[in-house]
Ligand binder design. Sequence first.
Ligand code: NAD
Length: 351
Amino acid sequence: MSTAGLPVLEPTTHKRPGVIRMGVIGYGYWGPNVVRNVTSLDSCHLVAICDQNPAALKRAGRLYPGARLTVDATELLTAPDIDAIAVVTPVWTHFDLAKAALENGKHVFVEKPFTSTSAQAEQLIELAQKRNLQIMVDHTFLFTGAVRKIRELVEKGALGSLYYFDSTRVNLGLFQHDVSVVWDLAPHDLSIMDHILHQKPEAVVATGAKHVNDLADMAFITVYFPGNLVAHINVNWLSPVKVRTTLIGGSEKMLVWNDIEPDEKIKVYDKGVDITNGQGVYDMLVSYRSGDVWAPRVEQVEALKLEIGYFAECIRKGEAPHNDGLAGLRVVRLLEAADKSLNQKGNVIRL
Ligand SMILES: NC(=O)c1ccc[n+]([C@@H]2O[C@H](COP(=O)([O-])OP(=O)(O)OC[C@H]3O[C@@H](n4cnc5c(N)ncnc54)[C@H](O)[C@@H]3O)[C@@H](O)[C@H]2O)c1
């Protein structure tokens, strides 16, 4: 292996039953989190780490002396002792690396956003289906205690019929040089929206602007669903403060999720409006309901650990995860529609 001057470890031949042998490509900002969680799970075994940057590999080597290290992704993609590859590189590299992994018979865990285009996502999904392999797209937030609790509340109808989903994800930076704020931050909100609302969107409208380089650094995305349900997402790299707040309004209850809050991240408000019709046309009576506020218990878990454990379980069982290639594709389609609308100064893009 090309080890950039690091010790050479020979391929392992043994396979422990039920343990998924993993190779991780990309050890930049997010890759170390993926690697750390892979090594924390009994159901996974970290076999190798690849990064084009030898300095990144050196960092990895200090922490994981048992893992093989290489600057050449092909060595992981073709390794006979690797069952699954995690692709933790910039988005424009996802398609080629994931395609090569699938072609070599490996399951793939791909970072968000899944691919740069929906055509690429469709191709990967087809390839995985043909080869009977699993794709998981890292929509990390779906595995947080907060999102799992919100989904549970929505599923059991605790909020009544849903009116809106309104998410704000703003802070100063981190500016990405290859993708806009839409492709960097909005995949989180869009995947959460998709998972919680569980409905097929009809249209997208987006406005935004670029101030610092040639990529949008702020955007307002509106997603329309059947039945007057509407979602709004505000992503911004030029905010002086960090805000991570989602409001979900329903006919029975309203919910606020403040992810910055250490405890009581979710508050459910028994607030709303009740309309009663009087005799005449102008006799509509609006009464405002203001009842109790409740903070449900939110499980404190490391989302990525839960997610990678679920990836290993899905591979073992031969079952598609809920955050599979199709979930990744749904997000990429919304991102493409948002880009198109943004470039047309907010034209409605029908899906
Ligand atoms: N799920 C999350 O919450 C989350 C958070 C941050 C980033 N991400 C995603 O993770 C991915 C990586 O983001 P990042 O911030 O870690 O980027 P980064 O630029 O910090 O790191 C990427 C690393 O990949 C390496 N690399 C690039 N192409 C390679 C190749 N062909 N072979 C081997 N190594 C290669 C680079 O040398 C670099 O070290 C992106 O898709 C990003 O959207 C997800």
